[in-house]
Design a protein around this ligand. Structure first.
Ligand SMILES: [Fe+2]
Length: 271
């Protein structure tokens, strides 16, 4: 299985990922000025059009339609700009061939990872946690869209009770955590993110707090925030009380639904 060659050759993410990367670098600086960000986003016409459409459809109370990207970003604010930028990239990608479940789950993972980074005691940057959450299962998405027949075999194996990572390894010689890490490295995103993704199913093997957060998020999603379904040791390591976990899950779920609703209006399927 030529996974490494497929990764080398991939033009997998939408063309504006490079713009997203540059914008993210700017957003890492808390003192970033909106007009710098607008300059970067403004270099990609289709992205600019989507931002304008988003702001004009969101009823921020403007008297006339917003026509300039820097004005649109002022209305959105930095956090929403970043969330939207990333979500747009992923949305376009996933609607190219994958179902709603994968997309919704990635978005929920992103929002939860961000909230947990913000409220817990791991000292992980919340922006990075969002990005890591969004890309956490990018390896699965890559394998499933590039090698659908082989991935169907993986599904058959997991249906027969084999662990997902084991099934992927049996079919591909790699699992989605390893593939995800390779992709993140290729895209030159921070090591903190690639490490977190590499160990998101085996956090006990690493000292990376990002991996602990991602693994914890998986548990929280599986238990729908219910504290009894979450490993206590993992929760204590993250530094959250049980009642807070449920509240964060509910809040992330709401954010996910809102974001999906927004994006469904501004980004036509497959664009
Ligand atoms: Fe995973």
């Amino acid at each position: 299985m030529e996974i490494t060659r497929a990764i080398d050759e991939t033009h997998f993410l939408p063309s504006y990922l490079s713009i997203t990367q540059r914008a993210l670098q700017l957003l890492e600086d808390e003192a970033v000025e909106i007009h710098h960000l607008a300059e970067v986003i403004g270099t990609e016409q289709s992205l600019t059009a989507k931002f304008l459409r988003l702001v004009n459809s969101a009823n921020f109370g403007m008297r006339s339609p917003v026509e300039k990207i820097d004005t649109a970003l002022v209305y959105l604010g930095l956090i929403e700009t970043r969330n939207t930028l990333l979500a747009m990239s992923m949305y376009s990608l996933m609607h190219g061939g994958l179902g709603h479940d994968v997309w919704g789950n990635s978005l929920l993972t992103a929002f939860l990872a961000e909230l947990i980074a913000r409220k817990g005691s791991t000292r992980v940057d919340a922006h990075r946690a969002y990005l890591a959450g969004l890309l956490c299962d990018i390896g699965t998405i890559f394998l499933e869209s590039k090698f659908p027949e082989e991935y169907f075999e993986v599904r058959l194996k997991t249906g027969a009770g084999i662990d997902l990572l084991d099934a992927e390894f049996q079919v591909f010689g790699y699992d989605h955590a390893i593939v995800g890490e390779m992709l993140i490295r290729k895209w030159k995103l921070p090591t903190e993110i690639s490490e977190g993704i590499l160990y998101h199913h085996s956090p006990e093997e690493t000292a990376s707090p990002m991996a602990w957060i991602l693994a914890f998020v998986n548990q929280v999603i599986q238990s729908k925030g219910e504290p009894s379904g979450i490993d206590e040791g993992a929760r204590i390591r993250i530094g959250l009380k049980p009642e807070v976990v449920q509240a964060l899950y509910d809040s992330a779920l709401l954010k996910m639904v809102e974001m999906e609703h927004w994006l469904a209006r501004i980004v036509p399927s497959g664009s």
